[in-house]
Design a binder for this molecule. Structure first.
Ligand SMILES: [Zn+2]
Ligand SMILES: [Zn+2]
Length: 363
């Protein structure tokens, strides 16, 4: 079928909307009419050629939510008309997938960034020429997508579907890191570096978990205000005074730090602010060289933990976040700023400049 999709080509400032052709779903896939899709920094980096290498032309987007319109012959758990949130890519057959740890799937990187299915095919084309798709098993900057059944999470029809896409990447990454990767317990403390969608989801999750102290660190006063509103007990500026401010708040250090930034100096600070046996979690890589004296930095039983997708299984954790949202304990909608699909350029600019926390494109 003919669809509209935002195609990333080399040398463009942002993806541009074009007509492309989409295959019908294979046996284990569904076709979803996309209602809305979040834009994540991974999309920005990949489009700009700064992230993982990707083939082009490609349709990016990996925070899609929509309505199932067609299902493959082998699909059992979904039917036409179901509302779904699309999550990340995993193979379903490796030990990590079998253990319910799909974000650590051995094929996750290839399936997320390869621009194709595991067998090398793409469901997208234009005038008979290949267009790469299946970005994070979605390519959701489009009016319709093909997605594997295993990555589509069914949600109730009374929910505001247009707000739910970011649950599949940014929000699950922040909340999952606190609740699944850290398993933060009541009375433990956390510093969150970067109050974007991932960091603010971590702040909300830390409040749910009963953290004694939740300190948000950011350069933006508006984001620090939002962090306080969402549960941060302290919100402090990210500058040369940060280390001292953290020491004043907790002289013995913090149980956890959660770094959502890619600034090398923040990676150092995130380890230095820990208590003995504290854990510094991170979700991106340091920009430029980071060469600390690791043995000195991690003495006193400190740990450094890389976290993918919040270490959370989407089919379990997305319904959990929705339960928390219904209870008023997880107001992630406060992060969302909507743009019509046609205004993807403005949304791209707003995301790049940090003018909005979580831009969402309405298809
Ligand atoms: Zn993402
Ligand atoms: Zn796997």
């Amino acid at each position: 079928m003919r669809i509209r999709a935002a195609v990333s080509r080399t040398g463009q400032i942002h993806p541009t909307i074009e007509e492309v052709d989409l295959e019908e779903p294979r046996a284990d896939e569904v076709r979803v009419r996309v209602v809305a899709s979040g834009i994540c920094h991974t999309d920005l980096f990949c489009h700009a050629g700064l992230g993982m290498p990707i083939p082009r032309p490609i349709v990016l987007g990996h925070e899609g939510a929509g309505v199932v319109e067609a299902v493959g012959s082998g699909v059992r758990d979904l039917a036409a008309g179901d509302h779904v949130v699309l999550s990340g890519a995993s193979c379903g057959h490796c030990p990590k997938c079998h253990a319910g740890r799909p974000t650590y799937c051995r094929d996750a990187m290839k399936l997320s960034f390869g621009g194709m299915r595991g067998d090398g095919s793409s469901p997208l084309s234009q005038h008979g020429e290949r267009v790469h798709g299946m970005f994070f098993a979605q390519s959701s900057f489009a009016t319709q997508v093909i997605a594997p059944e295993r990555s589509a999470v069914k949600v109730a029809k009374d929910l505001p579907l247009h707000l739910l896409g970011p649950l599949g990447c940014g929000i699950i990454t922040g909340a999952g890191s606190v609740l699944e990767a850290f398993r933060l317990r009541p009375g433990e403390s956390i510093v969150v570096f970067g109050a974007g969608s991932v960091g603010l989801a971590a702040v909300m999750a830390a409040r749910i978990a009963g953290a004694s102290r939740i300190v948000a660190v950011d350069i933006s006063e508006a984001r620090l205000r939002l962090a306080r509103e969402l549960g941060a007990t302290e919100a402090i500026a990210s500058d040369e005074t940060t280390a001292n401010a953290l020491r004043e708040i907790s002289p013995d250090g913090f149980t956890f730090s959660f770094n959502t930034t890619s600034a090398a100096e923040v990676f150092t600070l995130a380890a230095e602010c820990l208590a003995t046996e504290g854990t510094a979690g991170f979700v991106t890589r340091p920009r430029g060289a980071w060469a600390p004296n690791m043995a000195a930095l991690l003495a006193s039983g400190r740990r450094l933990q890389g976290i993918l997708g919040g270490s959370a299984a989407p089919k379990v954790f997305i319904p959990l976040m929705i339960d928390y949202w219904r209870q008023g304990r997880f107001p992630f909608e406060k992060l969302v700023h909507e743009f019509p699909f046609a205004e993807i350029g403005q949304a791209w600019e707003a995301c790049t400049q940090g003018a909005v926390v979580k831009p969402v494109l309405r298809m």
